[in-house]
Design a protein around this ligand. Structure first.
Ligand code: MN
Length: 138
């Protein structure tokens, strides 16, 4: 058993991987036999990941706000607290906040045998992002 107190610094998502400001809190890091890499990611309004894939897939679980997800070749979908999304291994995708809302999700991935959790591609352009459905509700 190992207790890690609330002592790990929040890191800002690197600009190579994110558009806009996103903040990452580590939950679990791979060690020993466990390949689990888990984190809590806070996206500011309109912030999103770049296009990317995960070697062993990824589950995200929305805890706050309103978010957007898209896999390559499909429309953008709105995600809300309590929604979870699984991305298949190698499936090209992005995830982020709605234009006018924060969004927080938990992220769970298993690293590959080289310790990689993702392969990063190009940023989601403003035009791609602008194709999101309207999420304002009455
Ligand atoms: Mn992902």
């Amino acid at each position: 058993m190992k207790v890690t107190r609330n002592s790990i610094r929040t890191t800002e998502g690197p600009s190579e991987w994110f558009t806009g400001a996103a903040y990452i809190d580590a939950i679990a890091s791979p060690s020993g036999v466990s390949p689990l890499n888990a984190s809590s990611v806070h996206f500011t309004p309109a912030a999103r990941t770049a296009w990317h894939t995960h070697p062993n897939g990824q589950t995200i679980y929305v805890t706050e706000g309103l978010g957007l997800v898209q896999r390559r070749g499909a429309p953008i979908e709105v995600i809300r607290p309590g929604d979870r999304v699984f991305f298949e291994p190698g499936e090209d995708h992005w995830h982020g906040a709605a234009p006018n809302r924060f969004m927080t999700h938990l992220s769970m991935v298993e690293v590959d045998d080289k310790g990689n959790s993702a392969t990063w591609g190009v940023h989601v352009s403003d035009d791609e992002y602008a194709a999101a459905p309207t999420v304002d509700e009455p």
